[in-house]
Design a protein around this ligand. Structure first.
Ligand code: NYM
Ligand code: MG
Length: 221
């Protein structure tokens, strides 16, 4: 049986350098003659993705449950093509996935409250159950100081320091949850230079990108 491609997810807060690292990793894999492609969530090109895009740019208001389900539905739109690519031997680098969905939604708090959750963690997790499971998740861990030095956040919804702090707390909970279920979650210090971070990323995925024998699993199964 030929080996399948590896499903590599890159997660992190805004300004953690995910997209840069994902693009560099793709180039290096291609240089090494490894069949690979880069995808990202949200994928803003589909009709659902366009609704998410206008929400993020605050052009519309959506109920928080609704938008959470849209982010998940946006992943389900690509689930079968992800599976097909992996089975055909192509490695996938995925810039954000279900863990961002869970972290950003479950970190929302009720207006006027300091910490009372708006959406329940378990409620947020359920819609993504059964998606293709990553073989590894690289969590690029950036400190608030360095994020600030990188020019700070943009104009989109969630791009604020207090939001990012709460999102990071949920990511810590998710990392324990994933590892508790036998999943691979690697924390990478993203405060270092682009080149240094890339070296760690490259070393961490080496074995996987040679191809995976284990069957593709389902997320949260
Ligand atoms: N985001 C991303 C969510 O709130 N839920 C999700 O399921 C995903 C995939 O969208 N601040 C948030 C995280 C980001 C924002 O992502 C847009 P990006 O990578 O900046 O385009
Ligand atoms: Mg962003």
């Amino acid at each position: 049986m030929p080996r399948r491609g590896a499903f590599i997810v890159i997660e992190g807060l805004d300004r953690s350098g995910k997209s840069t690292q994902a693009a560099t990793l793709l180039r290096r894999l291609q240089d090494a003659q490894i069949s690979a492609k880069l995808i990202k969530f949200p994928d803003r090109t589909t009709p659902i993705g366009k609704m998410i895009d206008s929400y993020l740019r605050s052009e519309n208001e959506l109920d928080d449950h609704t938008v959470h389900l849209l982010f998940s539905a946006n992943r389900w739109e690509f689930a079968s093509s992800i599976e097909k690519s992996l089975q055909s031997g192509e490695t996938i680098i995925c810039d954000r996935y279900a863990f961002s969905g869970l972290a950003f939604s479950a970190s929302k708090i009720r207006p006027g409250s300091q910490s009372y959750p708006l959406l329940d963690y378990e409620w947020c997790r359920v819609p993504d159950i059964g998606l293709p499971a990553p073989d590894i998740t690289l969590f690029l861990d950036v400190s608030a100081d360095v994020a600030r030095k990188r020019g700070g956040y943009g104009e989109e919804r969630y791009e604020k320091e207090d939001v990012q702090r709460r999102v990071r707390d949920v990511f810590v909970r998710i990392s324990e949850h994933v590892q508790g279920g036998g999943g691979r979650w690697e924390v990478i210090d993203a405060d270092e230079t682009q080149e240094e971070v890339q070296e760690v990323v490259w070393k961490t995925v080496q074995e996987l990108v040679a191809g995976v024998d284990a069957p593709l699993e389902k997320l949260w199964d």
